[in-house]
Design a protein around this ligand. Structure first.
Ligand SMILES: Nc1ncnc2c1ncn2[C@@H]1O[C@H](COP(=O)(O)OP(=O)(O)OP(=O)(O)O)[C@@H](O)[C@H]1O
Length: 257
């Protein structure tokens, strides 16, 4: 339970992963309260995807646990996975299906009833603008943004209570991004919980109530966005915490000549 006496939507404890002798995630701890909109930021290679993949059951941790509404995901994966919708990084998909076929197939795999799947697929394809002219397009011919959108539709189809989204806004056009923000805000307003990773600090500041900053496999700061910012912009806090060098590049002088 968290400080409010509620079971958190997601509680990660001691998640640890090495690839060979490379440490990707070091005993990560974080707690996502129910109803929270949680942002995870960090530089390239910080370990965000590795940590989220372990948290949702896509990558086996060396150590640690991930509890989804109190259910140990690696002990009781079927129960835990009913509760979460996941948008993984670099999602592999059945390329020879249309978006609607993919959603219908996924609904069957998840054991959902046919009418519910048909109605939800219709709505999701419309919201993601993957209907109409795109209706007959095979996934192999989708653009990067379209792939992201059908991935999101797949994550939402079974009506999860927690969404874990790895860079959901990457490659999405501004109109679709605005729609997606409305969907995610509505999801949280209705009691859902969201964890998303992003490189766009302004987006995290705009959407999220809680943020974690990760660097070199470690959670460097976690808490309410205002608490982590401490009077600075999130970008300033980020740069300070990860110790990035932001002075003008001294090299590459040949570029200007
Ligand atoms: N399958 C793998 N095998 C070996 N090393 C890996 C593997 N997956 C990730 N890594 C390494 O683990 C570290 C963390 O990578 P990860 O993809 O989790 O970072 P990230 O924070 O999501 O980065 P980005 O913001 O660039 O997506 C990196 O050094 C990466 O090279």
């Amino acid at each position: 339970m968290d400080s409010t006496g509620q079971t958190p939507a997601l509680a990660i404890a001691g998640l640890h992963k090495t690839f060979g002798d490379h440490l990707a995630v070091r005993h990560a701890e974080l707690t996502v309260a129910k109803g929270s909109f949680y942002g995870l930021v960090g530089p390239n290679g910080a370990g965000k995807t590795t940590m989220l993949s372990m948290a949702v059951g896509l990558l086996r941790p060396d150590e640690g646990t991930s509890l989804v509404f109190g259910i140990d995901l690696w002990q009781r994966p079927d129960e835990a996975k009913q509760l979460i919708g996941v948008l993984p990084d670099g999602l592999a998909m059945p390329e020879q299906l249309t978006g609607r076929e993919l959603l219908t197939y996924l609904g069957r795999v998840r054991g959902m009833d046919h009418d519910t799947v048909t109605a939800r697929a219709e709505e999701l394809l419309a919201v993601m603008e993957l209907d109409g002219d795109s209706e007959r397009t095979l996934i192999i011919d989708y653009s990067t943004g379209m792939r992201k959108k059908i991935g999101l539709a797949c994550a939402l189809l079974h009506g999860p209570k927690l969404l874990v989204l790895d860079e959901p806004f990457e490659a999405i056009d501004p109109v679709s991004a605005a729609k997606l923000k409305v969907i995610l805000r509505g999801f949280v307003a209705g009691g859902g919980s969201v964890v998303l990773s992003s490189h766009v600090m302004a987006l995290v500041e705009q959407l999220c109530d809680t943020v974690a900053i990760m660097g070199r496999g470690t959670i460097l700061a976690e808490g309410p966005v205002d608490g982590v910012r401490m009077g600075r912009t999130l970008e300033e806090a980020f740069v300070e915490l990860v110790g990035a060098e932001v002075s003008a590049a001294e090299g590459l002088s040949w570029l200007a000549s």
